[in-house]
Design a protein around this ligand. Sequence first.
Ligand SMILES: Cc1cc2nc3c(=O)[nH]c(=O)nc-3n(C[C@H](O)[C@H](O)[C@H](O)COP(=O)(O)OP(=O)(O)OC[C@H]3O[C@@H](n4cnc5c(N)ncnc54)[C@H](O)[C@@H]3O)c2cc1C
Length: 437
Amino acid sequence: MQKIKKTALVWFRNDLRTQDHQNLTEATQTYERVIAFFSLDPKKFAPTVWGFKKTEKFRAQFLLESLDDLRTQLWELNIPLYVHQKAAAESIPELVEDFEIAALYFQEEWTQEEVNVSNAVLQKLSPSIRIHQRKEQFLFHPEDVPITIPNLPEVFTVFRKKCEKYGHIKTLAAAPELCERSSDWPLPKPLPSLIDLGLDEVSPDNRSAFPFQGGSKAAADRLQHYFWDSKKLSYYKNTRNGLVGLDYSSKFSPWLANGSLSPRTIYWAVKDYEKEIQKNSSTYWLVFELIWRDYFKYVSLKHGNALFQLGGILKKSYQWKTDPTLFVDWANGHTPEPFVNANMIELQKTGWMSNRGRQNVASYFAKNLWLDWRMGAAYFESLLLDYDVHSNYGNWMYVAGVGNDPRDRKFDVAWQAERYDADGKFQKRWLQQTLFP
Ligand SMILES: Cc1cc2nc3c(=O)[nH]c(=O)nc-3n(C[C@H](O)[C@H](O)[C@H](O)COP(=O)(O)OP(=O)(O)OC[C@H]3O[C@@H](n4cnc5c(N)ncnc54)[C@H](O)[C@@H]3O)c2cc1C
């Protein structure tokens, strides 16, 4: 097919990859020239109403590494990636004018802040620009499951069974094509540093359970290790509640969250593994967890801003507190529960916490301290390497009893510590300095 002799712009958001990226593939198949853009909007790093920054140094560092990797991969396709410390609505109209852009491609988001950003961009563009937006963040794309969003089941198991029985998972997008690059185009400027973003440097902690780098290359290395080299995937179901070490779970979430790894890539690698190595309950369970990830995206599609409201999707009213001392003690690992403290210190020092840890500290926050769960969620948003709006607010609502948990459970934290950290290895690891200053 003859390509259009014009330039398209791919605006990257949480889709920082070149493989399995339908928008990028289509842009490169359709237009002779393509440029790419990412906005490091200062708002993403500014303090929130809760008093801490919206994005802290861990995720920011991971993001910069991801952008660096993306830039290298795009350059090999003759696509320059321009990264500006400005709002998208400021930069994109400038790029459109300077590069005479004919079409804009981007990943469609539906949560309020993200919609505000894309609406602000679209309002400033002339109607002659062709707009292509797609939801590329799913395993089961909404068009491939027989569920309408208003009729989404409120119970995960019902949703999962429908996906498993009637759903379809797309094959990977074709690789993007090589483009032409104009010699008039300016070279992209170096990426800013954490200091430029108003953040502190990250000091690596050798206890970290997530010592990996951002970017698709590191994600592919991790998949290679977890699946093919160590074959840890075969044991995932037995180890996934672990707390110490690199391999108790896949650790895919930070790459999934910023899109440097697609869930379909993982799915099709699991299918290959099942053919070539082994198919068992662990290989099934990894996909099961990816369906949880999808589920929270469907929940936010259905319930919109209820995700960020105190009563959650159930519109429940409890007597929530906002006591700052209780909050600070929780965040700094100074509660009477050593298991909560160890997890909170791990988060504070590394930006990582296991799923078992997250469930416990969130349950303690909401159901023992009765603190406004949105403060806890916002703190996770600030610190987590893998923050994802749907998974974070969906899980917090679930644990706080205002979401999709049909049983409204409360964790017995001491019992959990006994069960999952019987020898105290995890707690010793993070509480050593507190216990033996
Ligand atoms: C209070 C709370 C907040 C959370 N916030 C986030 C968040 O901001 N971002 C995020 O990605 N996950 C979040 N989770 C879900 C889960 O804890 C992490 O996805 C998981 O710990 C990541 O580790 P992993 O990649 O090794 O997971 P694995 O156990 O290897 O699972 C594979 C993948 O399945 C998905 N997954 C697993 N469990 C869940 C779950 N409960 N909900 C949604 N997806 C899941 C993730 O994409 C994960 O990478 C949260 C959980 C709780 C209880």
